[in-house]
Design a binder for this molecule. Structure first.
Ligand code: BES
Ligand code: MN
Ligand code: ZN
Length: 501
């Protein structure tokens, strides 16, 4: 999809569908701004359509009307609610609904009137970014593996405003374009089936993406993982005929080596059967999403690269398939991790922390000031927070704050959970340094986070995002079709921007 800015008045815009945001004033639609641009016949038609439909500009309610004197076939009135109550996500949701309506009408071109300056709480750059994001997020492709003719989609979205606003609106659209590219990359990976997206395939896709986006890429094969003593990643992967990989991407800061150094780490289990501690069959297909953390940090890398953020960013993705097999690790096995610590595996289904432990150690070798990891790590986090908030843990107020602010802005919301020394003690082992389970059913998201912290040194600011509940959505929302949400790409990229900015 292409985003454009034009100065045409809405009545003259050459387009199939024109969107007009309508605000609510004293419990009714404020039709003033729109009426001003219409002739008498247009005004009359507008009034009667709005009255007949009982349209009062409640946020996210729409009404399609034919208005005489308007060149576009159809005008879509989009309720925005009260102007002062409009939030960033209101803009995305309204744009998303309109874009979906346009797709439903088989419209290729959508134009949208930008609200008068200062009417809402946001500047033009922000409005354009959220509007374009909403259009893209709502209509991102799914079902790409279906055979037969592809449905034509929305091709262009044009923002209409006077010339003095063009620059800011264009800049907002450009930022949205980068954010969408990252989010779509994440969604695409998470939606792919595990027979296609194997560890080797994910590495190949990361490599192609890196070439496209101007990132450096290195993929470590099992022989190299062995040299690094990555007993966690190799152990988890040893039950599968699809051997593990460690994917490493690098973005160089435009200003050079003095720019801050940040590392991202993402869990890349391409399918999680649970291993010998086999999961129940019902719903196991959802475990194709167990590489959602990997997809999120790879998507974030796309955004950081496209926006040329001034950061030296390293992305580390350990990827493996967790399968039961004669050669698989068993409960009671003790493995040695890359940092030398021994771990007793008490449950082979707590595999994410094992591959992440090795990857966090690898990321730490580059001496970053900050590490952020993302992982579909625990069902316990889903129980605690559900699907609208990711769990957030860490050792640094600054990084936690950046992620919370970024979550509010991107609407990829996070909730800070209290990870303390006691949790770290709860994963200390009897027969080994550590064990991969905490205290029974208690605080499962936190003991998983605490396990990870044993692989990060105290001088490094670190935050962990448990995205088990947020990576996938069983139903469509105004800004996401059913399936992969792309959660994390925009959130993490924005947090990185806040940390280096
Ligand atoms: N991949 C799962 C966690 C998960 C659950 C992701 C639901 C997405 C949706 C993880 O590897 C896992 O199996 N965790 C176990 C840990 C337990 C054995 C300590 C869990 O949450 O049950
Ligand atoms: Mn598991
Ligand atoms: Zn898992």
């Amino acid at each position: 999809m292409q985003y454009r800015v034009a100065t045409a008045g809405f009545a003259a815009a050459a387009t199939d569908l024109v969107l007009y945001p309508v605000f609510r004033k004293k419990d009714a639609a404020d039709l003033g701004p729109l009426s001003r641009d219409l002739d008498t016949a247009g005004k009359r038609a507008l009034k009667s359509a709005v009255t007949a439909a009982g349209f009062t500009a409640v946020a996210e309610k729409t009404l399609a009307v034919h208005l005489p004197g308007v060149k576009a076939g159809l005008v879509l009135l989009v309720g925005m609610g009260k102007a002062k109550e409009v939030g960033l996500q209101t803009i995305r949701n309204c744009a998303g609904l309109a874009a979906r309506a346009a797709v439903g009408m088989k419209t290729a071109k959508l134009a949208a009137v930008v609200p008068a300056a200062k009417l809402i709480n946001f500047d033009d750059h922000t409005f354009a970014r959220c509007f374009a994001e909403g259009c893209g997020l709502a209509t991102s492709p799914v079902g790409t593996l279906k055979t037969g003719k592809k449905k034509p989609g929305l091709r262009t979205v044009t923002l209409l405003a006077d010339g003095s606003r063009t620059r800011a609106l264009r800049a907002g659209c450009a930022e949205a374009d980068a954010n969408l590219a990252g989010c779509f990359f994440t969604r695409e990976l998470v939606n792919l089936p595990p027979n296609i997206l194997t560890p080797a395939d994910m590495a190949a896709r990361a490599r192609r993406m890196a070439r496209r986006e101007g990132l450096r890429c290195k993929v470590l094969l099992p022989a190299e993982l062995k040299k690094l003593n990555m007993g966690g990643l190799l152990g988890v992967g040893q039950g599968s005929t699809n051997p593990p990989r460690l994917i490493v991407l690098e973005h160089k800061a435009p200003s050079g080596a003095k720019a801050p150094k940040i590392a991202l780490v993402g869990k890349g289990i391409t399918f999680d059967t649970g291993g010998i501690s086999l999961k129940p069959g019902t719903g196991m297909e959802l475990m194709k999403t167990d590489m959602g953390g990997a997809a999120a940090v790879l998507g974030a890398a796309v955004i950081v690269a496209r926006r040329k953020l001034d950061v030296n960013l390293t992305v580390v993705v350990p990827t493996a398939e967790n399968m039961p097999d004669g050669n698989a690790v068993r409960p009671a096995d003790v493995i040695t991790m890359a940092n030398g610590k021994t771990v007793e595996i008490l449950n082979t289904d707590a595999e994410g922390r094992l591959i992440l432990g090795d990857a966090l150690w690898y990321a730490g070798r580059g001496k970053p000031s900050t590490i952020i990891d993302a992982a579909t790590l625990t069902g316990a986090c889903v129980v605690a927070l559900g699907s609208h908030f990711a769990g957030l843990m860490g050792n640094s107020g600054e990084v936690i704050d950046a992620l919370r602010q970024a979550g509010g802005e991107t609407f990829e919301r996070v909730w800070h959970l209290p990870l303390v020394d006691e949790h770290r003690d709860e994963v200390k082992g009897t027969w080994s340094d550590l064990k991969n389970l905490g205290k029974g059913r208690e605080a499962g998201a936190l003991t998983a986070g605490a396990f990870l912290q044993h692989f990060v040194d105290d001088e490094t600011a670190w935050a962990h995002l448990d995205i088990a509940g947020t990576a996938w959505s069983d139903g469509a929302t105004p800004t996401c079709p059913k399936g992969a949400t792309g959660f994390g790409a925009r959130l993490i990229a924005r947090a990185v921007e806040l940390l280096v900015g």
